[in-house]
Write a protein that binds this ligand. Sequence first.
Ligand SMILES: NC(=O)c1ccc[n+]([C@@H]2O[C@H](COP(=O)([O-])OP(=O)(O)OC[C@H]3O[C@@H](n4cnc5c(N)ncnc54)[C@H](OP(=O)(O)O)[C@@H]3O)[C@@H](O)[C@H]2O)c1
Length: 237
Amino acid sequence: MTTNDSAQTTPKAPAKDPWDLPDVSGLVVGVLGGTGPQGKGLAYRFARAGQKVILGSRAAERARAAADELGLGIEGADNAECARRSDVVIVAVPWDGHGATLEALREDLAGKLVIDCVNPLGFDKKGAYALKPEEGSAAEQAAALLPDSRVTAAFHHLSAVLLADPEVEEIDTDVMVLGESRADTDLVQALAARVPGMRGVFAGRLRNAHQVESLVANLISTNRRYKAHAGLRVTDV
Ligand SMILES: NC(=O)c1ccc[n+]([C@@H]2O[C@H](COP(=O)([O-])OP(=O)(O)OC[C@H]3O[C@@H](n4cnc5c(N)ncnc54)[C@H](OP(=O)(O)O)[C@@H]3O)[C@@H](O)[C@H]2O)c1
């Protein structure tokens, strides 16, 4: 038997089913900048799905007021406490404050699964356009600033208006999930799947986050033309 023959007879481990996702129902979800429309909307949807949620803010009292408004057992805290008490931390601050916020929270975010949903965009009279962060993307800036965290990127293409509307039962959209480790992107996909109608789809490593963040400029143009809250579906997966 040649070496080649023996390689052919070695049984291969079966490929892992990409839809076999972990149970994330026990994880605490924190939202930095959780007093804004995106953070508050995500917090509402996850809490409505039964997840424990902590809203973060630069001012604890603002976070507590927003949490009280939402109900569903959501708590409010300053961003540092929100990060420390959560297993998964969504970054939902404006691009302007992104770097400084994460730099200040480096220790609080150590060991955490961080999900960046920040879209670096500019606006002028022609509409929205993608900015070009020095690190490549907001997500890559987060990864550079948080060497002790597990940084992923997701939830860029959601409409905060739909997230916040209690009459909307299902959020009809796919969520593109990016990251360096399959275990982490599987967790984020599983979290997305907690929201009825929503599905997390793996979309590559963080070096490809720029396109995903930038695509929001296109969706904003679509929304303006059609007076819509456009979402995305990835077909044939
Ligand atoms: N809105 C959407 O539909 C949508 C959809 C997908 C992704 N996103 C992304 O999600 C992020 C948040 O969007 P948003 O519309 O919710 O934004 P936002 O209302 O402008 O900001 C969210 C919160 O961030 C805090 N914040 C404001 N300036 C800050 C700064 N310089 N440093 C640190 N924190 C600051 C504020 O909370 P406190 O004052 O309480 O700290 C604010 O309530 C953005 O990066 C956006 O690209 C938004």
